[in-house]
Design a protein around this ligand. Sequence first.
Ligand code: DC
Length: 336
Amino acid sequence: MKFYALRGAITVEQNEKDEILSKTRLLLNQLIERNDLENKDIVSIIFTATKDIDAVYPAAAAREMGMTNIPLMCCQEMYVEGSLPLCIRILMHIQLEKERTLQHVYLGKAVTLRPDLAKLTIAIDGPAGAGKSTIAKLLAEKLGILYLDTGAMYRAIGLKILKNGGDPRKPEDVIPLIKDTDVKVQYEHGKQKVYLDGQDVTDEIRTRQVSSAASDVGTIPEVRKKLVELQRQIAERTSLVMDGRDIGTHVMPNATLKIFLTASPEERARRRWKELKEKGTEVEFDTILQEIIQRDLNDSSRSCAPLRKADDAVLIDTTGKSIDQVIKEIENLLKV
Ligand code: DC
C-alpha cells in the first residue's frame, strides 16, 4: 500500500450553513473526481475552518455524501492577522494499492494560497455555435472557478463602433475609438455582466449585427492587442475557463488543458436558428447558415491570431452530443 496526504481549500462568501455545506461538497467532489478516488481509498479527513465560520461543521457535508465510515475531524484554523478569511481547508489521508500522482485542489479565493499547486486554466476555442459558452460556463461552475467569455469583449468593441456610426471593418474608424474604451466582464449574483465605458451592455451585445461587427473588429491587430492584454491580466490572478478563438494558441499558450470544440456548420446554424426562434426572431435557416460560414471565414482567415486548433488541444466534435456528454469528456481529461 502507498500512503498519501492530499490538500484542498475553498472559500465561502458568507458564514451561512447551506453555502458552507455546498462549497465543502464541491471541494470534496473535486478532490475525489480529479484523483479518481473511491471512499475505500480515504483513511481520514481533517477539516479546518477560519474563525469567521461557525454556522455548521464542514464535515457534515462529507457525512451527507455517505462518508459514514471515514474518521472525520473539524478544527479551527489558527488565526494569523491578514490571512485569507472565510476559508475551509481539507487534509485527506489516502491509501492506494499502486503509486500515483495526485492533484491538490484549491478553489475560489483559496487559489491564492497555493498558486504553484492549484492554478487551473482551461482554454476552449472553436467556431461560432460549437457550444463553447454553454460548455465553458457549466464547466467553470462545476469546478468552482471563473468563466471568462472573451467573445463578449469583442462584441462590446463591435457595439461601440456601430453606436458611433463607424465601419467595424475599417481600422481608421476603429483604432481612434478603442484607445479610451473601457470593457469589463464581471459577475453579479452569479450572472455575467458586460460593461462598455461603465454602461451595462449585457443584452445589447447579443444581436446578429453585433455578432458580425465583433468578428470584423477582431481582425484588427490593435483591438486584439488591447483585449488580449486584459484577458492575460485576468488569467494571471485566478483559475478560470476562458473561451474564444485564440485562447489556446495565443492568449494562454500554457493553459492546463486546451479544448477545440467544433460541430458541422449545419448543426451550428441549427442551434443558432433555434435559439433565435425561441427568442421570437424569425430568420431563414439559410441566412443563419451563410452568416455562420462568413464568420468562420473571417475568424480563421485573418492574419492576426486566426481561429486555429492549438497543436496540443484536444478536438471534441459536439455534433449529435448532449451537453452532459461533452462536460463528462472534458472532466475525464482533467483527471491525473
Ligand atoms: O464567441 P462569440 O460569438 O461571442 O464571438 C464573437 C466574435 O468575436 C467572433 O466571431 C470572433 C471574435 N472573437 C475573436 O476574434 N477572438 C476571441 N477570442 C473571441 C471572439
